[in-house]
Design a protein around this ligand. Sequence first.
Ligand code: ADP
Ligand code: MG
Length: 244
Amino acid sequence: MRVERVAKSFNGFKAVDGANLTVEKGQVVAVIGPNGAGKTTLFNLITGHLRPDAGRITFKGEEIAGLPAHRICHKGIARSFQLINIFPRLTVFQNVQVSVLARAGKSGDLFRPVKKMATEETMAILKQVGLAAQANRVSGSLSYGDQKVLEIAIALGNRPELLLLDEPTAGMSPEETAATIALVDHLARSQGLTILFTEHDLDVVFSIAQKIMVMHQGRSIAEGKPDEVRANEEVQRAYLGETA
Ligand code: ADP
Ligand code: MG
């Protein structure tokens, strides 16, 4: 996936101002930057929840910038949101099944009985993320951390090639954070899933990201291996310096 000189303004304010990013297949890539840097807006542009004013976004060589969100999702890009985005009155199982069925209905899986396939696949996803024991619980009654993990499970129902996670550990306890990071790492390694995530906890970022892009005032000011980014002086001035 490649983002080239992408821009998006809100009433004249440049939230994303010529951002660049390349994500290779199978990579775990983090986008970091201070609050308001434009990270969530960039994700919304990639997933089609917003239309860019300018620039190119290509996925598997195909231009996707400006396509509607459902088309981009169908091409293999799924996401979780910075704020919880589940159906709180449905069970954990139902939340994931809805997503599996939505995908299966549009693909070649119709040769198999869809309901049975969806049940098996839903359970497999819940096992993978560690929510199988909670399958029949009403989602709204889960702990905050489990609700965030459920969002990842819903995204996996789309069988994405590229998974975008916007602050997957925001608001989590240290234990929940550690478990979620282990899950993200496991998904990347076991399935070759490509993962792009934003995260404010830099320890988390440096522990799992193979590549880091730093955003500041809508621009991508650095992109590279964690050590290169850590050593970059502009990054230290713009961002890391703030917390030091
Ligand atoms: P980050 O995720 O890095 O914290 P955001 O992408 O959420 O940053 O926001 C970048 C900037 O764009 C912020 O100043 C924010 O207030 C502004 N912004 C984001 N979405 C909108 C919107 N829908 N309308 C107006 N301003 C917005
Ligand atoms: Mg954000």
